[in-house]
Design a protein around this ligand. Structure first.
Ligand SMILES: Nc1ncnc2c1ncn2[C@@H]1O[C@H](COP(=O)(O)OP(=O)(O)OP(=O)(O)O)[C@@H](O)[C@H]1O
Ligand SMILES: [Mg+2]
Length: 105
């Protein structure tokens, strides 16, 4: 499994656009994608949910210890949508990143 992170501090530079198109490109190569949107604006989630299996967990839950086992989606793209609580996560203890890493794996 490869992990690709699309990130840039500057706004409006094409992060969401690249992420959505890259996911589409990857599935056209017959690979599967787990798309995790951690931007509280959720622009990429709104676009890509139309062609995804939306998983029953929101992105902010990946940063908590309360996440139960998560079943894989069956389609080419499984989506973990961004939610408004991601705005709070951005301001929280940096140690939540370790929890995020553990939950993602
Ligand atoms: N390579 C490009 N050429 C032309 N327009 C582009 C390109 N990349 C992105 N855009 C346009 O620029 C705008 C901003 O792109 P996008 O929303 O992907 O940026 P973003 O970095 O995710 O923004 P934000 O910081 O608000 O999340 C969109 O209207 C998008 O269509
Ligand atoms: Mg964006």
């Amino acid at each position: 499994m490869k992990t690709i992170c699309i990130s840039n501090q500057k706004g409006g530079v094409g992060k969401s656009t690249i992420a959505v198109h890259l996911a589409q490109h990857i599935i056209e190569k017959n690979n599967r994608v787990l798309f995790v949107d951690i931007d509280p604006q959720a622009n990429a989630s709104k676009t890509i949910r139309q062609i995804s299996d939306v998983l029953p967990v929101d992105a902010s839950q990946l940063f908590t210890d309360e996440l139960d086992d998560l079943a894989e989606g069956t389609g080419a793209i499984s989506l973990i949508q961004a939610d408004e609580k991601m705005a709070d996560i951005e301001r929280s203890d940096p140690n939540v990143l370790l929890t995020f890493k553990k939950n993602l794996s």
